[in-house]
Design a protein around this ligand. Structure first.
Ligand code: SER
Length: 316
């Protein structure tokens, strides 16, 4: 990317934004990456470059910001995740869909050149294959979040085919990171558990001990995002969203990995509504198409991710 091209990150205060903005700033220069959100982001994001309050549903303001900063690329991260979307389906649909429409429309009018939009393993449902779930298969999501992400994928593909919009997307698995805690997802336990272990407190997990889910350490997810965005246009043949795979584990397996660092750490289980969302998703993902198209490969496994999380969380 030309270093004079400005990038706009919408939803910079969320779990992905907190890491992605810093990675983009490191690569393209602090002042070329405009962080925006409806709330203040983590300190590192706030103090390392431009930050503006922006609601993606305010199309006029999005347009104004794109014009003011001469934005060429948009990373649209603002969304409601699975558990919160279920509590507020109308707002989730409005935010997750109309936010995307606003950005896709700007690209179809030629105002912005490239979009990154995250999808999720939640696009799959109980009728999708559970093990090594492939890129192409039946998708009948049973959550509001999954329905909005699957619809969004179809719109991305449509805008690419109809208007040539250069939109790129990844179906993120559950993401594990230390900079900012996730909010409102089903896979959040895999972050909360570390904070409890570090505080030397017990953890009560809201999923059953044997609930296997696809997961990924944030460093891998950020690298995947930037590699996808930097890949040659002609290699990006999937314009809905790419499966990517990292690790898969159960709460019990993660707990055991953490006890190798904190021998006294204790866990108990009290499954809630989120169990049903987790049960509707695949246990593992096949990412051979992302590997083939843009050479995707994850690095972190359960052991290295656990050690890295603990090391990072211990740092002041
Ligand atoms: N992490 C998301 C959630 O749990 C899934 O993409 O909602």
């Amino acid at each position: 990317m030309n270093t004079q091209e400005t990038i706009l990150v919408i939803g910079a205060a969320g779990q992905i934004g907190s890491d992605l903005v810093l990675a983009l700033r490191k690569k393209y220069g602090n002042h070329n990456v405009i962080a925006t959100d409806v709330k203040t982001p983590v300190f590192d994001v706030y103090e390392s470059g431009p930050f503006e309050i922006l609601d993606v549903l305010d199309k006029e303001k999005v347009f104004k910001m794109v014009k003011t900063y001469k934005v060429k690329q948009v990373y649209l991260l603002a969304a409601l995740l699975s558990a919160t979307a279920e509590q507020n389906p109308k707002f989730a649909w409005n935010l997750n869909m109309n936010g995307l429409f606003n950005v896709l429309s700007l690209a179809s009018e030629g105002i912005i050149e490239k979009i990154f939009w995250p999808s999720s393993i939640a696009v799959f449902g109980p009728t999708s294959p559970q093990i090594n779930c492939p890129q192409y298969c039946t998708k009948e999501p049973t959550t509001v979040y999954g329905i909005s992400k699957l619809s969004g994928e179809l719109w991305c593909d449509y805008f690419h085919k109809k208007y040539g919009v250069d939109v790129r997307s990844i179906r993120y698995p559950g993401l594990i990171s230390y900079k900012s805690e996730p909010g409102g997802g089903t896979t959040d336990y895999a972050v909360h558990i570390f904070h409890r272990a570090l505080m030397k407190k017990n953890y009560t997990c809201y999923l059953k001990p044997d609930t296997r889910l696809p997961m990924m350490y944030m460093d891998d997810a950020i690298r995947a995002t930037i590699e996808l965005m930097e890949a040659d246009k002609e290699n990006i043949k999937v314009r809905s969203s790419y499966n990517i795979s990292g690790i898969d584990f159960t709460p019990d397996e993660l707990y055991k990995a953490i006890t190798t660092h904190f021998a006294d750490f204790k866990i108990d289980y009290a499954p809630d509504k989120r169990q049903a969302y987790a049960d509707s998703w695949p246990k593992s993902i096949d990412d051979s198409i992302a590997k083939e198209h843009w050479n995707w490969a994850h690095k972190f496994d359960l052991t290295t991710m656990t050690a890295e999380m603990i090391k990072r969380l211990k740092q002041p």
